[in-house]
Design a protein around this ligand. Structure first.
Ligand SMILES: [Zn+2]
Length: 288
């Protein structure tokens, strides 16, 4: 779906000793806002997606960036942690602006929005946000990184994708073995360190596994149509429990936040390593 990304191995943390190859900034430990934006756009190709909000630079901060903090959501807690870490930029999956807030992409700058924006602007921190492009990236995205965490492997090429905008991944356990819904659910609870919601009346083994991070419960019917034996996503809504019981395809909801913790540090770490700048991921716990 996306071309193989050249460059150094992904480092989710400070890329100590990282090469600055590829950076055009005269200062090896510094990248300009424009360079970072271009590198992120080149990597994540936001123009290929129909999304719910603007991808890219959502809030303009200082021109030169030495420290990037990544996180799942541009919450006040994350912004406060970024300020404490003396960040010049924040990279997130869930930015501030979504279509539908009072019919615009921005909405009124009041309440929580005012608080978050005020803190970003007061500290001149850039906010980069990429939503669906971050889910989709074939190696560094949320679905690809969740697969590594859970020991899953997508089928090759387009056979390994399903659903709207081909965002869903489908494949099997990385070792090719079969399992059961209960064993898979236990594995996910162990890896993600949280309980999951499982609905299964499946008789027999599970071989074909579909997954899509976050609030992708609406992809369940597409996963069933694609031949999945189980679908893993972040959230469950009322209808999916019935579909699972009636089709025999198991459904496992493992947490919206928990399933989207891996793409942002992978992408921000990759880009930071390219420019030789500092990166750290800050996880703001969220039970949802
Ligand atoms: Zn999400």
């Amino acid at each position: 779906m996306t071309a193989v990304v050249p460059g150094p191995a992904v480092s989710p943390h400070r890329p100590d000793g990282a090469s600055s190859a590829g950076a055009t900034s005269p200062d090896a430990a510094c990248a300009s806002r424009g360079e970072l934006l271009q590198a992120l756009d080149d990597l994540l190709e936001p123009a290929r997606f129909k999304d719910y909000g603007p991808n890219g630079l959502q809030v303009e901060g200082k021109e030169q960036i030495r420290t990037v903090i990544s996180g799942v959501t541009a919450s006040l807690a994350l912004i406060e942690a970024a300020v404490a870490a003396r960040a010049d930029a924040i990279f997130v999956h869930h930015g501030l602006f979504w279509r539908g807030r009072d019919g615009s992409n921005i909405g009124p700058v009041t309440g929580w929005m005012k608080q978050r924006l005020a803190l970003l602007l007061a500290h001149d921190i850039n906010l980069f946000a990429y939503h669906l492009p971050l889910d989709a990236h074939a190696e560094l995205g949320n679905n690809a990184q969740l697969a590594i965490e859970l020991g899953l492997q997508a089928f090759d090429g387009d056979k390994g994708r399903f659903g709207d905008q081909r965002l869903g991944f489908i494949g099997s356990l990385a070792d090719g073995s079969s399992t059961t819904a209960s064993v898979l659910a236990e594995r996910i609870e162990f890896k993600l360190k949280r309980p999951v919601a499982q609905v299964s009346q499946r008789v027999g083994a599970i071989k074909t596994i579909a997954w899509c991070s976050g609030g992708a419960q609406g992809y369940f019917e597409d996963a069933i149509a694609a031949g999945a034996d189980v679908f893993i996503t972040g959230e469950i809504s009322e209808p999916q429990a019935h579909y699972a019981r009636e089709t025999g395809v198991a459904f496992i909801a493992c947490g919206h936040h928990a399933s989207e913790r891996y793409g942002a540090p992978a992408v921000a770490g990759h880009i930071a390593a390219r420019f030789g700048i500092t990166h750290a991921f800050i996880d703001i716990d969220n039970p949802a």
